[in-house]
Write a new protein. Structure first.
Length: 96
């Protein structure tokens, strides 16, 4: 069963470019993962400090493996100094 994930991140005002650079690197690396079906990054139009990931993973095991990658672990470690608040993560299954 595919896993659908939406993550909403709010950058600290003075960290937007630094965060975006890290997120860009995550996109480039993650899209090469075998279990990744979709990994899109969006940035808010009205608030450039808001970043939204839309992801689709082939399985929970694939998502778990993704979360063990060095570039994800590095982001998680730096997140407290980059983000205004903890990321909101939503896991879902496709209904239609």
């Amino acid at each position: 069963m595919s896993i659908y994930l939406t993550a909403i991140l709010k950058s600290k005002t003075d960290k937007i470019q630094e965060l975006k650079s890290i997120l860009d690197n995550m996109v480039l690396n993650t899209r090469q993962e075998e279990a990744c079906e979709k990994y899109e990054l969006q940035q808010g139009l009205e608030d450039e400090a808001v970043f939204i990931f839309h992801e689709i993973w082939k399985s929970k095991e694939g998502l778990d493996a993704h979360n063990q990658q060095s570039y994800i672990k590095e982001f998680v470690e730096k997140a407290p100094e980059l983000l205004e608040e903890p990321a909101e993560i939503y896991l879902a299954k496709l209904v239609y």
